[in-house]
Design a protein. Structure first.
Length: 96
């Protein structure tokens, strides 16, 4: 199953209502589960990003989940497709 790492920052709306963030996370987990996305880990962070998540799911399921989350207006995200060392080894063996 494809793995994705999402880097999120609170929007003005999200930081104004930061006390609701744990409840929003619970709602995100429920929504992701309904859409077939497995949340592997979530971290609140200090620095350039406010939240980092690692999820697994099909491209379509992850994209739908992230679009829905973004449409709520509390965070803006950057998402990276991640590859395990085993997946990368397979990719590299296909190089000409």
């Amino acid at each position: 199953m494809p793995t994705y790492i999402t880097l999120a920052n609170f929007t003005d709306q999200g930081i104004r209502n930061v006390k609701e963030s744990p409840d929003r996370l619970a709602a995100f987990r429920a929504m992701a589960d309904k859409l077939g996305v497995s949340i592997k880990s979530v971290y609140y962070t200090v620095g350039n990003y406010d939240i980092v998540t690692v999820v697994e799911g099909t491209d379509e399921a992850v994209t739908s989940t992230l679009l829905k989350m973004g449409s709520l207006g509390n965070v803006r995200t950057q998402t990276l497709r991640a590859f395990s060392p085993e997946e990368m080894k397979t990719i590299i063996t296909k190089l000409p």
